[in-house]
Design a protein around this ligand. Sequence first.
Ligand code: PAF
Length: 293
Amino acid sequence: MPVCDIKEHSILERFEDINSIRKALKPFWDSKKIIGLVPTMGALHEGHISLLKQAKQECDVVVVTIFVNPTQFNNSGDLDNYPRTIDEDLALLRGENCDIVFIPSVEEVYPKDYENIKVDLSPMDEVMEGVHRPGHFEGVANVVSRFFKIIEPQKAYFGRKDFQQVTVVEETARQLNLPVEIVPVETLRASNGLALSSRNKRLSGDELEKASIIYRTLNYGKELAHQTSPKDALEKMKAYFENNSLELEYLDIVDPNSLESLNQYWVPGTTACIAAFCGEVRLIDNMELVPND
Ligand code: PAF
């Protein structure tokens, strides 16, 4: 297939096996075109579309993967219940002029002789989201590095809303020496600051308003940066958050590379991360409190 076909016509090419997608990508590798990867588990929403849009702007060809990765689920119920909306997903991708979609089977991604990658993610996979999801980030690191090796993208796009995931993926690529730039894409927000998420659909109008306390608390943290220590700022943020009906699961101020809690000193890229329940719905968010220079 000539290299220009995909770019000019933007017909969505669909592949399910590794040999065929690698054959289609070869002309792009050979002509040093920039390949962008957007890994997803399907059930696409506006967050995924913003990754795709940015990738389309910055790359010559964009590959979206749709793969519900079993190794990152802690319980089989969650895996079975994960929404699978392939027809809607394909329609959305076509509408956004996505070039290539890769929808492999579990056997294709994890053949019998598959060996887990050797990366040490400790302590970053043991804190925050990792506390209740042992093995989750190891599963993410494995599937993402598998796609990096199959697709060989120069750039890979991840939503910054999953800040811990971005950090884990960056660390994985670093330890495995994979030549891919990880591009975190800014979180989309509602007018009251609430981070957009497919889970917001489960919130009532009143809850949607109340949930904005998450954003307000993070912003308050930004105001406090450098005025006091991170430890003191965290206490103040927790006190500020307490006056509302959401239930806090964790709030932390962390080093953006190691994800270790900061107590005494602010570092470039210091980030506050939060998870809270609004009724039954668990929401996560984060904000960079100190610019990363
Ligand atoms: O964020 C997700 O949807 C998944 O964790 C990812 C990055 C596609 C890996 O399965």
